[in-house]
Design a protein around this ligand. Sequence first.
Ligand SMILES: [Zn+2]
Length: 245
Amino acid sequence: MTDTLTPQVRKSRIVVICSGGLDSVTLLYYALSKTRDVHVASFDYGQRHAIELEHAARLCADLELDHEIIDLTRLQPLLRSTLTFVGDVPEGHYAADNMSQTVVPNRNAIMLACAYGWASSLEADSLWVGAHAGDHPIYPDCREEFFVALNRAFELGSNLKSPPKLSAPFVLMSKKQIVELGAHFGVPFERTWSCYKGSSQPLGQGKHCGRCGTCVERAESFSLAGVPDPTPYEDSNYWKAVTHG
Ligand SMILES: [Zn+2]
């Protein structure tokens, strides 16, 4: 991992959207393998699992990266989702119908528009987002065609000669492959947060529930990748029952 974090001659400037979760932290390490000129955006939209932002902040501080937590909390009561405290977070596998309750309406377009403005101001070469193939069935705004169309819209709206390119490097990858890539880069998985139920415990002391969609997917992906899962779960066996793992 050391070689990828050693300061390099500038190749490009990348703005990475990082929630503090496994996928976007791996994306961050992937960006750092290409350049040290990485800037990180996180979003506070009043999400139930705001503890993820503390994980993002701790990692960025450790890596001495420019990190902005963009405050969108005024939107929280306007965005109807279990992640913004409307009802309870559903449990089970992502394929389950009720998992659509975790959609936050238009979340990616909202966040990407904000981050694209920052990336443009920084005259960054690209803006990276960590959506992956496993997100596609539930979240339409994590699909490749959405990002291609949005990138085109951003280009059309830009006054820059070389507008930042919106890129989703993991969009065709499974979460298993992301875990494999993260292991390759030495991502400190235990310092990432996925669970949609959040935690009221201080940073580093909370447990993932092990039962919500993203916990199930996380545990399953470590198993499929053959990578030891360092995540403390309240229920560490539930994922096997719902994924036949
Ligand atoms: Zn959970």
